[in-house]
Design a protein around this ligand. Structure first.
Ligand code: ADP
Ligand code: MG
Length: 403
C-alpha cells in the first residue's frame, strides 16, 4: 500500500459511491472524513498501568465518503476489499462475511447506545494504513467512521469522546481488548506534534517534535506473532501484583504509575522476580515519558533519542517483550550515524520498531536494514518514513463530478 493523498482517496470514494452503491453524492448531504494511524514514540506497556504514552498520528489514513439516506439502512462499501455490507440501524450485528465492516457496525452500535440519533447512510471506505502491522488501522477506521457520522448527523462529538466511543466499539462490539491510546491519537493528533496522554485522566498535551531535521522511521519486522496474547495477559497480571505490593506499603498508590523511582528503589529488594523487573520497567518508562516531554520542549532531540534507547533496553531486559527481530533492527539503528534513538514500539514479540533519524541519514539507515535484517532473520522488512499529522477531520465534498 503506497501512500495516496487525501484528495485522491476522496475522489475514489466519491466515484465508488456512484459506481458501487449507485449514489450521486450531493454537496448538501454528502461528506468525507479522514482519520490517521499512529506510532507510539515512547511509553510502552504503561497504558494499563494508568501511565503515560506519547504517540504521534502518521500520514497514513482511512477515508470514508458518505451520504445520508432517508431510511434506516446502512450500506458500506470497502474499496480495499471490493465488497459491500449492509444492515439496518435497528439491528446491528457482526458480518462474518465482511469483518472489516464490524468496525463501522460497532461504531454505529455504540453511538446509538450512547444516545446519539443516527439515520441511515451510504459510505465508501478506503485507506492506506498498513493493516495488522501495529499502526492501528482499526482505530483509524473507527475514528474516521465516528467523524463521518458526527458530520453527517451533526452530533457534536469532541475528540476525546470520539476516542472513548471508538475504543468501546473495538472492545465491546469487535471484541478486541485495546487501550485508549490508538483512538485518542487518531482523534486528537496535531501536525508536527506528539501527544502526551495521561491514560488515567485522559488529560493530554500536544508537544512539538522539532522534526525539521529529523525523520520518524518505522520498520515492520514482518514476524508472525505467536505469544503475544498469553504474554500480554501475563504482563498485565505481573503489573497488578507489582501495583498491589506498592499499594500495601505506600499510601495513595493505586497503580504502578503512582510509584516514583525513589520509592521503587527503596522497596525493590523486597520484590520477588520477575515482578521487580516488570515494575521497574513501568515505573522507569513513565518517568521516561515525562523526561521526553521535557526534552522535546527544550528542542533536545539527542536527549529524546537516549530515552528511546533506554526504553528499548528496559522493554527487552526488564519487561521481556522484545524479540530477536526487533533487537536486530534496533541494534542496526543504534550503529547508524545520525540516529538519535531507536526502540521497539507496540506490544512487542514482533510488530514494528521506531527510530528517530537525521533526515540526511534516512537512506543509510534504510539500506543498512535492508541489507542486514534479511541475513540475520530470513525476513523482509517494510520501512516507512512518517510525518506527524493532524488527527481526524471532516472534508467537504463537491457535487459529484466536480471533486
Ligand atoms: P491494526 O489495527 O494493527 O492495523 P487490526 O487487526 O486491529 O490491525 O485491524 C485491522 C483490520 O481493520 C483489518 O483486518 C480490517 O478489518 C480493518 N481495516 C483496516 N484498514 C481497512 C481499510 N482500508 N478498509 C477496510 N477495512 C480496514
Ligand atoms: Mg488494531
Amino acid at each position: 500500500m503506497a501512500p495516496e493523498n487525501t484528495a485522491e482517496k476522496v475522489r475514489r470514494g466519491l466515484e465508488a459511491l456512484r459506481t458501487r452503491l449507485g449514489v450521486a453524492a450531493s454537496a448538501s448531504k454528502g461528506l468525507a472524513a479522514r482519520a490517521p494511524g499512529r506510532v507510539n514514540l515512547i511509553g510502552e506497556h504503561t497504558d494499563y498501568n494508568d501511565g503515560f504514552v506519547f504517540p504521534m498520528a502518521i500520514d497514513r489514513e482511512i477515508v470514508l465518503v458518505g451520504q445520508r439516506r432517508e431510511d434506516e439502512v446502512v450500506r458500506l462499501y470497502s474499496l480495499d476489499y471490493d465488497q459491500e455490507s449492509q444492515f439496518t440501524l435497528s439491528r446491528v450485528e457482526k458480518d462474518p462475511q465482511a469483518p472489516w465492516s464490524d468496525y463501522v457496525r460497532g461504531v454505529v452500535d455504540v453511538l446509538q447506545k450512547a444516545g446519539y440519533r443516527l439515520g441511515g447512510f451510504d459510505a465508501v471506505i478506503t485507506g492506506d494504513v498498513p493493516q495488522g502491522s501495529g499502526l492501528s488501522s482499526s482505530a483509524a477506521l473507527e475514528v474516521a467512521a465516528i467523524t463521518l457520522l458526527d458530520g453527517l448527523f451533526g452530533l457534536g462529538i469532541e475528540p476525546p469522546e470520539k476516542a472513548r466511543l471508538g475504543q468501546r466499539a473495538e472492545n465491546e462490539f469487535v471484541g478486541v481488548a485495546c487501550g485508549i491510546m490508538d483512538q485518542f491519537i487518531s482523534a486528537a493528533g496535531k501536525a508536527g506534534h506528539g501527544l502526551f496522554l495521561d491514560c488515567r485522566t485522559l488529560a493530554y498535551e500536544h508537544v512539538p517534535l522539532h522534526l525539521e531535521d529529523a525523520r520518524v522511521v518505522v520498520v515492520n519486522t514482518n514476524k508472525r506473532r505467536g505469544l503475544v496474547d498469553s504474554e500480554y495477559n501475563a504482563r498485565r497480571r505481573e503489573c497488578e501484583e507489582g501495583a498491589a505490593f506498592f499499594a500495601a506499603r505506600i499510601p495513595g498508590v493505586k497503580a504502578l504509575r503512582d510509584v516514583t523511582m525513589e520509592q521503587f528503589a527503596a522497596y525493590e529488594s523486597e520484590l520477588p522476580e520477575p515482578i521487580r523487573r516488570r515494575s521497574r520497567h513501568v515505573v522507569s518508562e513513565c518517568q521516561r515519558v515525562l523526561d521526553s516531554v521535557e526534552a522535546l520542549k527544550a528542542g533536545d532531540l539527542e536527549r529524546f533519542g537516549q530515552l528511546m534507547n533506554q526504553s528499548h533496553i528496559s522493554l527487552r531486559d526488564d519487561f521481556e517483550v522484545s524479540c530477536r527481530e526487533l533487537d536486530v533492527i534496533v541494534e542496526i539503528a543504534w550503529k547508524t550515524p545520525g540516529v538519535y534513538g531507536a526502540r521497539m514500539t507496540g506490544a512487542g514479540f514482533g510488530g514494528c520498531a521506531v527510530a528517530l533519524v537525521h533526515k540526511d541519514q534516512v537512506e543509510a539507515l534504510s539500506a543498512a536494514i535492508r541489507e542486514t535484517y534479511p541475513e540475520e532473520t530470513g525476513l523482509t522488512p517494510d520501512i516507512y518514513v512518517f510525518s506527524a499529522v493532524d488527527g481526524a477531520s471532516v472534508l467537504a465534498v463537491e457535487s459529484e463530478g466536480s471533486a
